[in-house]
Design a protein around this ligand. Structure first.
Ligand code: AMP
Ligand code: ZN
Length: 138
């Protein structure tokens, strides 16, 4: 895909610190190194986001996740790893080639992303109604 920075890394048109590669998947260091070892895993075939992924492509990407996560733990002795995937601008995606972040965590309070808890706004009936709406579209 023209003008896609990750496709350029795959094609070796720009440098990337590639830690793993197979026929379908590439893993390389995120340039921002949110924490030491921050790594991205991507499909080699350009897909924008989860909405363009299919099950086999997902399988190829996620098949590599335990391997890289284990290597990061072994290498950096991190205490945990966040696995993050942003889809769409509203979700914070900035590079529009599907990618999974592996972000090692070293301290209890280092976790930078908290989920807001709105459970006071949803009773059992509300949740049941949401469930029905989602299931209608499955
Ligand atoms: P996201 O915000 O989820 O789309 O994540 C995009 C990530 O790509 C960010 O964490 C950037 O630091 C990272 N990134 C952008 N350009 C490069 C690059 N040339 N090499 C490695 N990582 C990059
Ligand atoms: Zn791409």
């Amino acid at each position: 895909m023209e003008n896609c920075i990750f496709c350029k890394i795959i094609a070796r048109e720009i440098p990337g610190h590639i830690v793993y590669e197979d026929e379908h998947v590439l893993a390389f260091l995120d340039i921002s190194q949110t924490t030491e070892g921050h790594t991205l895993i991507i499909p080699k075939k350009h897909r924008v986001d989860v909405f363009e992924m299919d099950a086999p492509k997902m399988e190829q990407v996620f098949a590599v996740v335990p391997k890289i996560a284990t290597a990061l733990k072994k290498t950096f002795n991190c205490r945990g790893i966040n696995m993050v995937n942003n889809n769409g601008e509203a979700a914070g995606q900035t590079v529009f080639h599907y990618h999974v972040h592996l972000i090692p965590r070293y301290e209890k309070d280092q976790f930078g992303m908290r989920f807001v808890n709105n459970m006071q706004d949803y009773d059992t009936e509300d949740l049941a109604a949401l469930k029905v709406r989602i299931k209608t579209n499955l």
